[in-house]
Design a protein around this ligand. Sequence first.
Ligand code: ACM
Length: 538
Amino acid sequence: MLLILFAAILLVGKSAEALADEQPKYAIIPFPAKLIPKEGKFIVSAKTNLVFNDGLANEGTFLKSILQNYFPKVIFQTNAKSKTHTIELLLDPSIEATEGYELYVDSKKITIKGKTSTGIFYGLQTLAQLLPVKSKDANTNLKQVSVPAVEIIDSPRYAYRGMHLDVGRHFFPIDFIKKYIDLIAMHRMNTFHWHLTEDQGWRIEIKKYPRLTEIGSKRKETMLAKNFDPYKGDGIPVEGFYTQEQVKDIVAYATTKHVTIIPEIELPGHSLAALAAYPELGNGTGPYEVGTKWGVFDQIYAPKEETFKFLEDVLTEVIALFPGKYIHIGGDEAPKTEWKKSELAQSIIQKEGLKDEHGLQSYFIQRIEKFLNSKGREIIGWDEILEGGLAPNATVMSWRGIQGGIEAAKQHHTVIMTPGEYCYFDHYQSKDVDKEPLAIGGFTSVEKVYSYEPTPAELSPEQSKFILGAQGNVWTEYMKTSDYVEYMVLPRMSALSEVLWSPKENRNWDDFKNRLQVLTKRFDSAGLKYAKHAVEAE
Ligand code: ACM
């Protein structure tokens, strides 16, 4: 009999309980600001009561979904009177930080307090990482799992904790966009920068300008690998866009995950797909074709009234879909070749008393900013918007290194840091590039990302306040599938999340690496793709 039992144990593998004893107790990423280990544990079972009030229905649902991962058949009691076996979610105005939370676990009770539902949501994300890793094929009839006793008092270091995704170069389905939002939320990051328009594809329905998607969302093929010259295409058409209904659904989904979406509508460059649809908005250099190879193209919008009317109409529809305060307007990599030759562009430089074509770009962006400000929104632009003079209220996204961010902060403009060296997740993760999927180049290891310090040392404490945070950028020229995107972001975004959340003095690479071993088991359990070699001990 004993032998049969023993064999049965071997067959079902380790229990979740056994796994919990093996894994480091507090393998949380990003690691909380303050964590006090305690003796003992809380047992979660079918007897556990969930207590939360009406204002926290969304978080209550999230709590249930976390537990259902272990107990798929149990319907948990809610709002029970019991004072034991309880997990309670509680709004607490005395907590200072908007996104802050406190999490208390003892043998009788788990309590998560937050100033806001966002704080409570983050407390739940932390709780999810205190539960044992459940292997994909684990027994679904678990009787109980345990949570180690602990006291956590936590809030983020930076207010802006973002991930970007380029859906212009390659289109990704709605289910993946939601999964990406889940990953952002899981890492207690709060912003999804959705890069929706590109030379190679316009991906958002604009009702007033149907050709943007009829023509601009389709390209006849994609450059094969890196066959720039001589050009070689793959002959396979690429298309796709999000309808406004789908966008609304994604925005609503992101809201439940406490993620704000910042849409990006590129201007005046990276606009070839829009020009293919509406060639009259160009500098008379058409006809245009949706891009099939990568790079920076000379064809940009003409700075004429028809273009401003078009962009204001487009942005009006975009504003109606996205409730967040920021609209990203691009501004990067807009060659001035066409404006130099264009009579119209030159006449505006003259008429407006602008210094040169950079002054004209600044004029262009300031007009868009004025429009968006009049609608109660603020602009973010890539650091090229510094050239020719910053728009008065603009936030700068520093990508060509950190200098743009430093300059903007010194001018008292808010800044989001995304320097290529640390924050471009389209770079290779390993030096062994032959073993990696094709990437744009570069080398940005997980350790490199972890070493990033978003606040430049040369800024004064006063200037440092303008650094809102940082973001990982994911340009998808060479990422044709969502699995590929997952592989490129995981676990680099895990490293970035800790850079952005945890106090600087608490950061410790060796400790992070240990905790990452547990997190990647969770990735395995969820069937996520990630760069395994990037986390293996060196
Ligand atoms: C960028 O990478 N062109 C912002």
